[in-house]
Write a protein that binds this ligand. Structure first.
Ligand code: NAD
Length: 331
């Protein structure tokens, strides 16, 4: 059987996911939820979606009565994920949600509870956990090929354009670059180092307070400490383009990836040579693997569920607190 998915939010990433799903073996796009009737008409034609599987933001709770949809993939502005995922859960459908899962850990916990109460899965679009070169570096680290890990450097950023977009609106974005792109360095630090941080420190710089209003961070530099003594030094920014690099060093070796989290191909090398795993479309593999998790009612083998997402949100909460107080924040 195929996992029958409806996409909520037909924007740029929703479109990318829909295209990638065309070559999925286990997942199929069968429905849409959108506030724009003309987009619904376009998507119906492009993806052969029946009228009865089309909803808007007012009526999508009725998806409850639709036996032909198994899961809803929420791909809307960050601050909307919380209420939308809870409504999806209450409609008895599995939820796949884009990153950041929510704009703070408390909201994230509420989403987990709603999905648990409704007995549906909650998975988050952390596509790097399905990317072969990333998985190879994680495998090497687990096999001890880098020796004890001492240092991680994560650099995540892009130059943001249109000042009127939702990403620069605190109400919809929940923050700035950290919520959107810095989260890749947070999640990356956790999977590259293989530990959970116990403290963070952070500093914010803002060169354009007109474009980046109160509560919308332009650039944040942050540091994390891990139980083993390993440390991470990271940068999250909306101020420069092509910032997408991970560097990991242990006692015996290193891994360097650039690009490290872009749509691909992910490139890199270790002290043993170049990374040469197959190039894949991240979203195709992600949706096939998520379909398997949901259809076979399995626990994910890679950390992409709601509990893992909340770990990132707790770190983001701590980073914002560290900036506000100027102090080291324990996790
Ligand atoms: P986008 O602006 O291109 O699309 C957002 C969609 O949400 C639009 O179609 C818009 O019409 C719709 N929407 C619904 N309610 C809205 C409202 N009240 N205000 C504004 N728009 C509303 O954004 P995007 O780049 O597709 O990002 C959507 C989500 O996907 C974000 O959470 C983002 O972090 C995530 N994302 C993830 C990746 C990834 O690689 N995993 C990449 C890009 C975006």
């Amino acid at each position: 059987p195929m996992l029958r998915v409806a996409i909520m939010g037909l924007g740029s990433y929703g479109t990318r996911v829909a295209k990638a799903m065309k070559t999925c073996k286990r997942a199929k796009l069968v429905g849409v939820i959108s506030g724009t009737p003309s987009k619904i008409v376009d998507w119906q034609a492009t993806y052969n979606i029946p009228k009865k599987n089309c909803y808007n933001y007012d009526n999508f709770d009725e998806i409850k009565n639709n036996p032909d949809i198994d899961a809803v993939y929420v791909i809307t502005p960050n601050a909307l994920h919380h209420d939308q995922v809870i409504r999806v859960a209450k409609a008895g459908k599995h939820a796949i949600c884009e990153k950041p899962m929510a704009i703070n850990a408390k909201d994230g916990e509420e989403m987990i509870k709603a999905c648990n109460d409704a007995n549906v899965k909650l998975l988050v679009g952390y596509r790097m956990h399905f990317e072969p070169n990333t998985l190879e570096v994680i495998r090497m680290r687990k096999a001890g090929e880098f020796g004890d890990i001492k240092f991680f450097q994560g650099q995540s950023g892009f130059k943001i354009g249109d000042p009127t977009q939702w990403r620069l609106n605190k109400e919809l974005a929940g923050g700035g670059s950290m919520m959107d792109i810095g989260i890749y360095s947070i999640n990356g630090a956790r999977y590259m180092v293989g530990e959970e941080p116990i403290w963070v420190t952070a500093q914010e710089t803002k060169t354009d307070p007109v474009k980046f209003k109160e509560g919308v961070d332009e650039t944040i530099q942050f540091q994390m400490g891990f139980p083993s003594g390993a440390v991470a030094s990271c940068l999250s920014t909306y101020a420069v383009s092509h910032l997408d690099r991970f560097y990991l060093n242990g006692i015996d070796g290193f891994a360097e990836m650039q690009p490290s989290t872009g749509y691909g191909p992910i490139k890199g090398r270790t002290h043993k040579g170049p990374l040469t795993e197959p190039i894949v479309t991240h979203q195709t593999v992600q949706m096939d693997e998520m379909a398997k998790i949901i259809l076979e009612n399995k626990k994910p083998e890679v950390p992409v569920d709601g509990n893992e997402a909340v770990k990132d949100l707790k770190i983001i909460d701590a980073i914002y607190e560290a900036i506000k107080t100027g102090k080291k924040v324990m996790l």
